[in-house]
Every structure is written in C-alpha cells, then in structure tokens.
Design a protein around this ligand. Structure first.
Ligand SMILES: Nc1ncnc2c1ncn2[C@@H]1O[C@H](COP(=O)(O)OP(=O)(O)OP(=O)(O)O)[C@@H](O)[C@H]1O
Length: 205
C-alpha cells in the first residue's frame, strides 16, 4: 500500500494543526510521525486512516497499481490507538473472534497462537473489563499485528506497557511488520527507533 499526500492540511475551527504536507508513504516502508504533545500526530494518523477528513489537499491510496477510495481504506488497515476501544463486555475469546470476523489472520496465526502470544492461555473466558490497562494495550497490539493487512498504524504503541511489555512489542514489530506499510505516531524513541523514515509535524505548521 502506498499513500500519497498532496498539500494536505487539517484544521479544527480556525486553527491549522498542520498544513502543506506533500509526502509519500511507500509500500512496505516504516515511518514515524513525530512531535511533542498536542502537535497533531494523532490527527495526522486519523487523516491517513480515513477516520478524519483533511481540510485541504488530496490524499490517495494505491494498492498493487489500483486506486483505493478513502472510504474503503479500513479494509486494508490494522490500527491500535488509545481512542480505539476494546469491547469491555466481551471475553477475550469473543473479542478475538469478533475482530477476525472482519480481518484475516496472518499466516501461521490462529486464536490459540494469538492467546499464546499474549501469554493468556486459560484466560479465554475472562472479560476484557477485568484486564489491566497493560493487558488491554497488549491485546490491542496483538489484534493489529496478527491481522493480515497491508497497512499497520499504531498510535502511542507502548502506552501502559512496562519494560517487559516494550520488549514484547519490539518482538512483534520484528515478526509482523516487515512486509507491510507501518506508521507509528509517537514521541518516545523506543517505540519508533526501528522506523527508517521520520516525518516531523513541526515542519508543517
Ligand atoms: N476534535 C477536535 N476538536 C478540536 N480540536 C482538536 C480535536 N482533536 C484534536 N484537537 C486539537 O488538535 C491538536 C493536535 O492534537 P493531537 O491529538 O493530534 O496531538 P498529538 O501530537 O497526537 O498529541 P499527544 O502526543 O498528546 O497525543 C491539539 O491542540 C488538540 O487540542
């Protein structure tokens, strides 16, 4: 998947959060969107994943030489973000089954393997509501990494994770991000140091 931004801007009311972004996210590339708190990283990620519409400019998606419409882009995307909630009333098994009604597992992964990755064997009937915040974050990440989509977008991927959780995240990056466009919105170096490209929001104010 390739995403091309032509003079993209987004404002809320009269305030431009960023403007004039002309940039290409290439297929299979790894990108970090960087900037301090409140600079607009999440806003840009939401524009890229089609959940917010840009206020200016043109955004286009290309997959194997074919244009994809922004309203269809969710079919090609795995996303983990603080504003994307798990369904607290579901058990772990129900949450995984629900998620993979809409997505396909990566090769070699199934529900048992995913629960194994989470280190939650035997907790399939536990309700998400009773998971710790770190456990919920791990689940969001595992659902995103283990879905077979050409795009992976992660917003603040290690929030609520301890040092062990950060190593666990980096292990998933190694295993599941190589063959897809990966975009991380972050201001913590350990989350994005593997990314080959960096886009700084401050350059587009
Ligand atoms: N729905 C909204 N309506 C009005 N302003 C908004 C809205 N969403 C975000 N903003 C503003 O846009 C700016 C950028 O917010 P955004 O969440 O994108 O920043 P960020 O770089 O991701 O921050 P953080 O690192 O704290 O997560 C902030 O000033 C925020 O208040």
């Amino acid at each position: 998947m390739q995403i091309t931004l032509d003079n993209i801007g987004r404002r809320f009311n009269r305030e431009w959060i960023f403007k004039g972004i002309t940039y290409t996210f290439n297929q299979h590339g790894s990108y970090a969107i960087l900037g301090p708190n409140g600079s607009g990283k999440s806003t840009l990620l939401q524009v890229l994943n089609g959940s917010l519409v840009q206020s200016a400019g043109k955004l286009s998606y290309l997959m194997d030489g074919k244009n994809i419409e922004p309203e269809d882009i969710f079919n090609y995307l795995s996303l983990a973000a603080p504003y994307l909630e798990l369904i607290e009333e579901f058990t772990l098994n129900e949450m995984v089954d629900f998620h993979f009604k809409f997505k396909t597992y990566k090769a070699g992964i199934n529900k048992a393997a995913l629960t194994d990755i989470l280190n939650l064997k035997g907790s399939g009937d536990k309700m998400i509501r009773y998971f710790s915040s770190g456990m919920k974050q791990r689940l969001k990440l595992a659902l995103a990494f283990c879905a077979d989509t050409p795009m992976l977008m992660l917003d603040e991927p290690t929030s609520n994770l301890d040092n062990q959780g950060i190593d666990w995240y980096l292990n998933l990056v190694e295993k599941f991000s190589a063959d897809r466009l990966t975009i991380i919105s972050s201001n913590q170096e350990h989350e994005y140091s593997f990314c080959k490209e960096q886009l700084r929001i401050a350059d587009y104010k």
